[in-house]
Design a protein around this ligand. Structure first.
Ligand SMILES: C[S@@+](CC[C@H](N)C(=O)[O-])C[C@H]1O[C@@H](n2cnc3c(N)ncnc32)[C@H](O)[C@@H]1O
Length: 141
């Protein structure tokens, strides 16, 4: 959560809404950080869907695992430490219905390679929501 938690919560709600998630869906939170979007993602896919949250930062994953321990127990949430510079990602082709990638792509050097990988692991017709804060204009693109 950022320094403006209410703003961050509303922004994440907007992003999740744009994914048009439904129960049963399998969603990847790519670069999940401390899991600021997780509550809304979990709510959208309900108990019948699943969220996979990955990041390279173990401290963030530890924080998230503490806060979402009940979801980890029910297997509706899985987490993994993954570095996006090491491709392929450890998921099979056509695996996810949707991918959320917020405020991550800016720090990735080989952006096309990661986008190609997202395409591979998304099901046909799946949705990638890629957004990033534009620090110059303080808007989101
Ligand atoms: C600004 S945070 C955004 C976190 C979350 N998506 C959110 O919106 O709150 C960027 C995240 O991307 C992760 N990240 C950056 N480069 C990465 C890489 N090469 N592999 C895995 N994670 C990476 C960082 O560890 C960090 O948690």
């Amino acid at each position: 959560m950022g320094i403006f938690p209410e703003h961050d919560r509303r922004l994440k709600a907007q992003l999740v809404k744009r994914l048009s998630l439904k129960p049963n869906m399998r969603v990847l939170d790519l670069g999940c950080g401390r899991g600021a979007a997780l509550s809304q993602l979990i709510e959208a896919v309900t108990d019948t869907g699943s969220i996979t949250a990955i990041d390279r930062d173990q401290d963030s994953l530890d924080f998230m695992q503490t806060h979402f321990s009940n979801r980890l127990e029910t297997k509706t949430l899985q987490t993994a430490q993954v570095d996006f510079r090491c491709l392929p990602l450890p998921y099979s082709t056509d695996y996810f219905d949707s991918i959320l990638c917020h405020n991550v792509i800016g720090s990735i050097i080989d952006k096309p390679a990661l986008l190609d990988e997202c395409y591979r692991i998304l099901k046909p017709g799946g949705k990638l929501l890629l957004s990033h804060h534009d620090f110059d204009t303080a808007t989101y693109n």
